[in-house]
Write a protein that binds this ligand. Structure first.
Ligand code: TRP
Length: 328
């Protein structure tokens, strides 16, 4: 079975966009690949989170992933900071990376612009740490969003360069893996673009029915259909996307017909969308509550995940040390 590894930054709660765009695909992957998922808490240090928040943020994300259906028996989940082997590989890989190429990474440039007073070396070597995350397991496939393409290119470069310098075929070049078939772009509720935490247009998986309904009822619309069978403007298309994602085909067809014959009332449409989103989110929310309340279970799952990860990383590092010339 091919090896799949992916990291999740513990930056806030999961929303519907994360769920349909990524997490659901993770859940499908766990049956098809030897999957390993981790919570990238070291990566979050580039923005200096508060000490009292670090462990809690990791736990929240862990609970949410489990609630979405990741089964740690099939796909172990670990917390990055539990597996120190990564750091050794990070050091080795950094020795082969050049300042110029790290500076050229777009995400670095962006973050440097966003936090001009804290352009730290961790930010610069973010791609090396990410490469270490992946290469320590000699993973072949990495499910990531399109925004990670440059980081993935750097990971491949790390692998290739190590192999070249030492004349070995040790690291496979990890391939990005877009969960194309199943992933859906979930729009925001503000009319355009996609659902994103920083846009403030999200429905969170922990939102209760009342909150969800309120958010949906406030979604942006227009003056209503003007002519029979006219194409839908983006804001309305977006609402229909929610029907596509959370409702039945019959419901979609029903409202689509109403759009086409100009009898659609947005209030009715929104009520239906709200009800169907609630139906999708409620079971996940209940599980989030259950898992978050069980710290012992969460810690046990993280511990077991770390054992699996450590075993895989230890085997890799032993070879890496030997290849570089150290005592294995
Ligand atoms: N950089 C990724 C993101 O921002 C998170 C991440 C860290 C990651 N290490 C990884 C993803 C390793 C895949 C593999 O989303």
């Amino acid at each position: 079975m091919e090896k799949v590894v992916s990291g999740i930054r513990p930056t806030g709660n999961l929303h519907l966009g994360n769920y349909f765009g990524a997490v659901k695909s993770f859940v499908e992957m766990q049956d098809k690949y030897e999957s390993l998922f981790f919570i990238a808490d070291w990566h979050s240090l580039t923005t200096r989170p508060k000490p009292e928040d670090i462990q809690n943020s990791a736990r929240i994300i862990l609970a949410e992933y489990l609630a979405c259906g990741i089964d740690p028996e099939k796909a172990p989940i670990y917390i990055q900071s539990d597996v120190k082997e990564t750091l050794e590989l990070y050091l080795f890989l950094n020795m082969n990376m050049y300042l110029g190429e790290l500076e050229r990474v777009t995400t670095f440039k962006e973050k440097a612009r966003k936090q001009p007073n804290n352009v730290n070396a961790g930010l610069l070597t973010y791609p090396t740490l990410m490469a270490a995350d992946i290469l320590q397991h000699r993973a072949e496939k990495v499910p990531v969003g399109k925004d990670q393409e440059q980081n993935m290119e750097m990971a491949r470069r790390c692998a290739r360069r190590f192999n070249n310098i030492y004349g070995v075929e040790f690291f496979p070049e990890p391939q990005s893996f877009y969960f194309n078939a199943t992933a859906l772009k979930v729009p925001g509720l503000d009319g355009s673009g996609k659902m994103g935490k920083s846009e403030g247009n999200c429905i969170y998986l922990h939102d209760d029915d009342k909150t969800i309904t309120k958010k949906v009822m406030k979604a942006v619309t227009d003056n209503g259909p003007q002519a029979m069978n006219s194409p839908k403007p983006e804001v309305i298309e977006n609402l229909f996307t929610f029907l596509k994602i959370c409702s039945t085909q019959d419901t979609y067809d029903f409202f689509n017909e109403k759009w086409n014959d100009c009898t659609l009332r947005y209030g009715d449409l929104k009520k239906q969308i709200a009800a169907d989103i609630c139906k999708t989110v409620a079971p996940i929310r209940e599980k989030i509550l259950e898992y978050s309340a069980d710290k012992e279970l969460l810690d046990r799952i993280a511990r077991q995940g770390a054992e699996v990860a450590r075993e895989s990383a230890t085997a890799t590092l032993r070879e890496v040390r030997r290849i570089i010339g150290f005592r294995p």
